[in-house]
Unconditional design. Structure first.
Length: 531
């Protein structure tokens, strides 16, 4: 099990050797440290002391509603007031205020390190100790034979999983920047390859899924049964159920970061995308799910599904954008929105599809010039938008610290190269479509002139490529990996000798027909009322 492995790795919470306290500290140094902590405690504002005492009391008494209010509002308000550009008091400093309550201090440190990552620059010591604190937290949850008596708001549970993966991603990026490391940092990294090890991270997420029986619950629910029947002792508890569910979304994200898009989609096989889904309870989870889902579809050349995914979530974001909170997630959601508009522009270029007017208007406003250039086959614009909007891919392997080379960008460059190679094979598809839409019949030689081809065979090859690239697997229902191969373009054609015969493959609903139907319905209603 995960918690057995992690206990070996964390060595009972012992921090890395390069940053541990010296065993030969004399009494004078210990006294100085004690006095320093006392001085730090005195410096804590009274409002913050009251907050910590109240926070601890509410956690002990399991007052769930008050805990949610403290987490989502009070903590953020005090952060803006006192700790906008500095770190919160260390856990050792506030420990006497809460009678050294171990689980409270673990949760406090989770907030403490998250604040450092969000507002400040984490040191290597912060990165190591934050990982070890997550080890303590997940061991506390996973190790017991009975469910722990702990209740946390759904928002906090999502933030724990989200931040855990973010810090893992950040550490992989940090570790790959070898040139900027001094000898002490390199020595510490060499000595502790277990810190933020990819196997440990994956083990956490899979263990939470297994412990909660969440896949079994979702499968029963999908078939119209009661989730509680498959929940088991742990899965019936909200803490385990939601951590398990959020871990599925977490694995979708991690496998995308590792470049395994098929496995990323497979993680979602038991999750149904509809309005009553669990992740809708947490907006940040909703946005993350659709971003990585849409990106995975795009990288698997399922542009139609990617467009459907992105437009759905962008429409949702437009509806909630006026509900600002003090949380950092508001800014993160806005950034994800901008990235998804860029990805949507790429997908629309590769697979021209009608989308709702508001989303289309916003996309054109943000990336209208880019759209125009991409439609003309400008690969540099494709590369620019992809690099901006894609996730920060990671290499989970430990780098060679003896070679002073920064490698943090290599995974992204590799994924971009794969994507651009695919684009290079089909960048003429939109151009050919634009010409075919102008005609009912078109001589292949004339099309070749439009494309500046001196050979009919080249033109025929492009038409075959057009047929191939415009047939994609499209999801309708069931598992997200499933789907039937359908034609995604709005025109079809066949070649008879050297003449291309073109026809619209989709019946377009005319606006006047819609109005006539609505008028007829209104007249029927009026007549029924008169009767």
């Amino acid at each position: 099990m995960f918690y057995e492995d992690i206990n070996d790795a964390s060595k009972d919470g012992e921090i890395p050797a390069a940053y541990s306290q010296d065993d030969e500290f004399d009494e004078f140094q210990e006294e100085l440290e004690k006095q320093y902590k006392q001085q730090q405690e005195i410096k804590i504002p009274n409002e913050v002391k009251k907050f910590i005492l109240n926070f601890h009391k509410i956690l002990v008494e399991h007052t769930f509603h008050d805990l949610q209010n403290i987490y989502e509002y009070s903590y953020n308000k005090l952060t803006e007031q006192f700790y906008k550009n500095v770190q919160w008091p260390e856990a050792e400093v506030i420990a006497p205020l809460v009678n050294n309550d171990a689980i409270f201090l673990i949760l406090y440190k989770e907030l403490y390190y998250r604040h450092i990552y969000a507002k400040l620059t984490p040191t290597i010591n912060d990165r190591f100790n934050s990982y070890l604190n997550y080890c303590d937290l997940f061991n506390y949850i996973l190790a017991p034979e009975k469910p722990v008596e702990l209740e946390l708001p759904n928002q906090w549970l999502w933030d724990i999983i989200d931040e855990f993966i973010y810090q893992f991603q950040s550490f992989c990026q940090y570790r790959s920047k070898v040139k900027s490391k001094n000898e002490i940092e390199l020595k510490s990294l060499r000595e502790r390859p277990d810190i933020w090890n990819v196997h440990n991270v994956l083990n956490v997420l899979y263990s939470l899924i297994q412990k909660s029986n969440i896949n079994e619950q979702l499968l029963v629910n999908k078939n119209g049964g009661d989730m509680m029947e498959a929940a088991g002792e742990f899965g019936s508890k909200q803490l385990y159920k939601m951590l398990g569910y959020f871990s599925i979304i977490g694995l979708l994200r991690v496998h995308c970061l590792l470049g395994d898009y098929s496995l990323a989609l497979k993680m979602m096989e038991n999750i149904e995308l509809h309005t009553r889904n669990i992740f809708l309870r947490v907006s940040a989870c909703h946005v993350t799910t659709y971003y990585y889902l849409g990106f995975a579809y795009m990288m698997m050349r399922r542009y139609s599904d990617a467009i459907k995914t992105f437009t759905s979530i962008l429409h949702y974001i437009n509806r909630i954008k006026n509900y600002k909170t003090l949380s950092y997630q508001y800014e993160a959601t806005n950034k994800k929105s901008e990235q998804m508009y860029a990805l949507l522009a790429i997908c629309i270029t590769l697979c021209p599809t009608g989308i709702d007017e508001e989303t289309h208007s916003n996309m054109v406003e943000k990336y209208g010039e880019h759209l125009s250039k991409m439609q003309k086959g400008d690969l540099k614009v494709f590369e620019e938008l992809f690099t901006y909007a894609c996730p920060k891919f990671i290499n989970p392997a430990v780098p060679n610290y003896d070679i002073m080379e920064n490698t943090q960008m290599k995974p992204t460059i590799h994924q971009c190269k794969i994507f651009i190679e695919e684009i290079n094979n089909q960048y003429l598809v939109p151009t050919i479509r634009s010409y075919l839409k102008l005609y009912k019949t078109l001589d292949i030689q004339k099309l070749g002139e439009f494309l500046d081809y001196d050979s009919i065979d080249k033109c025929k090859n492009q038409l075959i490529l057009f047929k191939h690239k415009t047939r994609q697997r499209k999801w309708e229902s069931g598992e997200l990996m499933s789907g039937e191969y359908t034609q995604t373009t709005d025109i079809d054609f066949y070649l008879k000798q050297d003449m291309i015969h073109i026809k619209d493959s989709k019946n377009v609903n005319r606006v006047n027909d819609l109005y006539i139907r609505q008028i007829n319905k209104l007249e029927d209603m009026v007549n029924n009322i008169k009767k």
